[in-house]
Design a protein around this ligand. Structure first.
Ligand SMILES: Cc1cc2nc3c(=O)[nH]c(=O)nc-3n(C[C@H](O)[C@H](O)[C@H](O)COP(=O)(O)OP(=O)(O)OC[C@H]3O[C@@H](n4cnc5c(N)ncnc54)[C@H](O)[C@@H]3O)c2cc1C
Length: 248
């Protein structure tokens, strides 16, 4: 039962994502039929930098629904069930998660929180518990199998699995949902695990589609101040209240 490292891999991105978003924006403001310009857009005959500039400017104006036409699909491994539960609270997304009903967890990997890893006494207690959980899972599964539960033994044995149990999940989000997800989960208020995952996804998005994601991240990074209440602010940026008090 080893510790599982975080892995975030890009599986797919909507083809011609920048041109598609550009075309969607253009259709809003253009009397003609955008399909007529589409072959030139994808052939690169219409300058991609100009497309990116146009998209950036319209996005800044707050008109952001056209970015919904492009999506990213990620495969994520090495996250805990605690983290995946936080992830799937984001409803504007599609998920396919490894099933604990059908996949045998006898050799379950787990996620070790860094704060626990740093303190030998806490780490030892945590690891001893993981070993005990693994053993309880295997024992209960074996007892249920001996009782004739067959393949269904796993789905009940899994009730002893901890939140630390590693899970794997495929996530698809469109760019608007991703911008929202990053604004919440790249923030220091988010827990370290989902923040690490969101940061890794953001790095990929910035590389693949900088016109949309170059300045994405926690809300403070785009606003220049922290929109959280005073007691939640991490101190990286001044809060709105602090700015107002300073007369800025
Ligand atoms: C730091 C932090 C702490 C948190 N703590 C808790 C906690 O203690 N308990 C808890 O239960 N959750 C907690 N959450 C989860 C949080 O409440 C949201 O469920 C989660 O962040 C998903 O955000 P969302 O609903 O904006 O995203 P999505 O579900 O992806 O929705 C995106 C946007 O679509 C709109 N939308 C979606 N569905 C609806 C709807 N039904 N009605 C109206 N508008 C809708 C909203 O504008 C929403 O922002 C926490 C989140 C964070 C970041």
């Amino acid at each position: 039962m080893p510790v599982a490292p975080l892995k975030v891999e890009l599986l797919a991105i909507t083809p011609n994502a920048l041109s598609l978003i550009y075309a969607a924006f253009r259709q809003c403001y253009h009397a003609g039929f955008v399909a007529d310009m589409w072959p030139r857009l994808v052939a690169g005959e219409a300058d991609r930098d100009a497309q990116a500039d146009f998209v950036r400017k319209v996005l800044e104006s707050g008109h952001d629904s056209p970015v919904e036409h492009a999506s990213f699909s990620f495969a994520v491994a090495g996250i805990s069930r605690a983290c995946s539960h936080q992830l799937v609270r984001h409803r504007v997304a599609s998920y396919s998660q490894q099933s604990q009903r059908y996949v045998d967890a006898s050799n379950m990997d787990y996620v070790l929180p860094p704060a626990i890893a740093q303190i030998p006494e806490a780490r030892q207690r945590f690891e001893a518990f993981m070993t005990e959980v693994g053993s309880a899972y295997r024992d209960i599964k074996a007892i249920l199998e001996a009782d004739g539960r067959g393949d269904k033994a796993k789905e009940d044995a899994r009730f002893v699995l901890p939140q630390a149990a590693e899970t794997r999940i495929v996530v698809t989000m469109n760019c608007r949902a991703l911008l929202h997800f990053f604004s919440l989960r790249c923030c220091n208020r988010a827990q370290w695990e989902i923040r690490a995952m969101a940061d890794a996804m953001l790095d990929i998005c910035k590389r693949e589609l900088p016109a949309i994601f170059a300045s994405a991240g926690a809300r403070c990074e785009t606003l220049g101040y922290c929109p959280e209440a005073e007691h939640f602010a991490c101190g990286k940026y001044p809060t709105l209240k602090q700015l107002l008090a300073a007369g800025k």
